[in-house]
Design a protein around this ligand. Sequence first.
Ligand SMILES: Cc1cc2nc3c(=O)[nH]c(=O)nc-3n(C[C@H](O)[C@H](O)[C@H](O)COP(=O)(O)OP(=O)(O)OC[C@H]3O[C@@H](n4cnc5c(N)ncnc54)[C@H](O)[C@@H]3O)c2cc1C
Length: 474
Amino acid sequence: MPKPTTAGDGRGSKEPTVVDIDRFRGRLIRADHADYDTARAVWNGAIDRRPRLIARCIGNADVAGAVRFARDHDLEIAIRGGGHNVAGTAVCDHGIVIDLSAMRAVRVDPAHGRAWVQGGALWGDVDHETQAHGLATTGGIVSHTGVAGLTLGGGIGWLMRKHGLTVDNLLAVDVVTADGELLRASENEHPDLFWALRGGGGNFGVVTSFEFRLHAVGPTVLAGPILWDASEATEVLRFYRDFVRDAPDELGTVVRFGTAPPLPVIPEDLHWRPVVMVGTCYAGPIEEGERRLAPLRASRTPLLDLVGPVPYVGFQSALDSTVVHGWNYYWKSTHLPELCDDLIDVIAEHAFSCSSPRSYVAMFHLKGAVSRVAEGRTAFGNRQASHAITLDGVWRPSEDFGDRDTAWTRRFFAALGRFREGVYVNFLGNDEDPDRVREAYGDAVYDRLADVKTRYDPDNVFHHNQNIRPARGG
Ligand SMILES: Cc1cc2nc3c(=O)[nH]c(=O)nc-3n(C[C@H](O)[C@H](O)[C@H](O)COP(=O)(O)OP(=O)(O)OC[C@H]3O[C@@H](n4cnc5c(N)ncnc54)[C@H](O)[C@@H]3O)c2cc1C
């Protein structure tokens, strides 16, 4: 097969002469294609990369062909699932994007509580199909997040304290390795690879299909946010700290600091007002949830209490319009221990000092079933941490908050320094110190991941990600 010329890089008028992928049945999108700019765009509008070729696959054979083609032609590979990662690793400059966005099928076996999900599906696709049977598995809290990237990094969400991380519910995958070979990995088939895929991200192959365990959830759950004025953040957090310490596994909470978004369910006079918002979702009987949530709701008079019985599938997309595709995002993140007074003071001091009304902070309460799985059982690190916090600078392309809110996230992150306890790999940005990938796993898990990487991808073909380098070479 002829090599592509190196003259064209997709930036100039010259079309790179990459030949077609043999027997490829999906779409090949190059710089001169009418859909090129849409196809290379990812969720984070601050990412502007120009691949030489986007291979939009429609099946496993396409994916395998694209991997082999990339290797034959020495093209860097980026893998696109939902295209949602803040670091924008789903798209690269000059190379090839193996794009799974046309592979979004979901099949549910309600009798056995199983779902098969293609590698380009979004969480909204999964919840839509599984909730038709009153079933669900732990997924992300925004419905347009990709299943693949989220799962491969671990997967946190409203249901994790009851049902574990997304990876704790992963039973098997179909994966195309760096050699272009299609393997099935599970506890019994390539168990070392299966272990690595449960937290190690896109370092080990292109996952074309996931098999998940499902649980009875809803379809109506007790859920919703409670809003207090930002000036009450310290008192709210002190109560919250004590409240979640003894919370049942069924109760998932996420604290959001920022302005009240202009959602239809929020009265107009509260729109854009700085608030601390405790989002709740009770994955159990409604009456039991009412009882367990009562102390939080009664702790101090809120500006607004929207907790009530809602369809789980609708709740899963309630935040979608607050994190729109194409806005610019800059994140810093860390895991945190249980909130002590000093830590609460740091959070209260910094959380509301951003400039953009769209910037916010989200703090997920972990523990529960997440922490009961032994460290090292999967490749997800830091299972004993209490909270995962993301400091999220957000501004529209027409706005000039970027520099100020990037500086705000960095300042806030520095102030959290003495409390840091690892990090969730999926919340890492694109300008992180490489040591942060090791931080996400801890030394023992990272070194084991590097060994598996050496076995399955010794040349580090899959490196456009939060990279785990092979133990030798790469
Ligand atoms: C607004 C927002 C909300 C979020 N909420 C949550 C949340 O509630 N819980 C949570 O756990 N995370 C959450 N995340 C983080 C999320 O897990 C990551 O952004 C994740 O990467 C999204 O997956 P994706 O498929 O869209 O990734 P993409 O951007 O498509 O890909 C990111 C990387 O994942 C890997 N990858 C993607 N697809 C595949 C594949 N098929 N095979 C192999 N590797 C692949 C590749 O390395 C790729 O570079 C959120 C992110 C955002 C932006």
